[in-house]
Design a binder for this molecule. Sequence first.
Ligand SMILES: C[S@@+](CC[C@H](N)C(=O)[O-])C[C@H]1O[C@@H](n2cnc3c(N)ncnc32)[C@H](O)[C@@H]1O
Length: 301
Amino acid sequence: MYHNLTSEKMKYLTINELWNIVYTQLKTTAIESARVETDVILSKGLNVDKSFIYTYPEQLVRNKDFRRVLRYTFLRTCKIPLAYILAEKEFFGLLFKVNNKVLIPRQETEFVVETAISIIKTISETTYEKIVCADIGTGCGNIAISVVKNLLNINLEMYATDISSSAIKLAKQNAKLHNVGDKIKFVTTNLLKYFIDNRILLDVILSNPPYVSEQEYEQLQPEIYFEPKKALVAKTGLEYYKYFAKHAGYVLRPNGKLVLEVNPNLIHKICELFFQSGYNIKKIVSDYSSLPRVIVVEKNT
Ligand SMILES: C[S@@+](CC[C@H](N)C(=O)[O-])C[C@H]1O[C@@H](n2cnc3c(N)ncnc32)[C@H](O)[C@@H]1O
């Protein structure tokens, strides 16, 4: 076991030997994607590209790097998500800083970004006016920043809001990191309150709201409990959609749209509640597992 290795022996470990130690540790603690995560831990711990690990398996590992890799591995075997250990997560081809005050961006949320980009491009073809967009519950800023980064040539005003001031602080840092700090307005506020109070009208509302029900939360992987519960859970999973269905009409311009990530288990209920509140369901986008993941709705005029 690696805990028993003497520092003398540690000096002579090769990348390949270290890879096997890490992999065995992750595998024995039932980390699902042990192979992929071992690659990441080694690449980050040794500060090399993943390809380097496979090209130079016989290269000796320096003591300092060895200790870093062991630290990452130990934390991971405690089920702490790798993104929190490394303090970063890739999303839509960009690297975002994360910490345990924000949800770790998920791959399926990239469908919100793709859908938003396409909608905003379409709107821009029919108007010369500024398109106003808000990402509600921005977390580390991944949705707002990815959209803005991909639409630099469009006259777009982007707001990124969250009820958590820690999230807003981190989102601002990420925006700066990606050179769009001056292109996004960050606001700490409760859902649409800031826009309603200030009578700001929006063309597009984006949101990946908390949608895991209390019941579902009990049955999730242990990693999930390191993430802020408030970022994930709503009592029945429907509360935030009910809020949007009730209040978005006050801030959406005519033909304005809501682009929302949804809990696939609640898709029928969510569509029903928007329909009952006078919205048209314009689109339902499925994710990589063919599950309904994003809805686009528009208020009837
Ligand atoms: C599911 S996370 C989404 C984070 C990020 N947008 C993403 O997609 O990865 C939901 C976010 O909504 C925020 N939130 C929860 N309740 C809120 C509220 N009442 N008003 C504004 N933001 C809220 C949480 O702090 C959290 O950052």
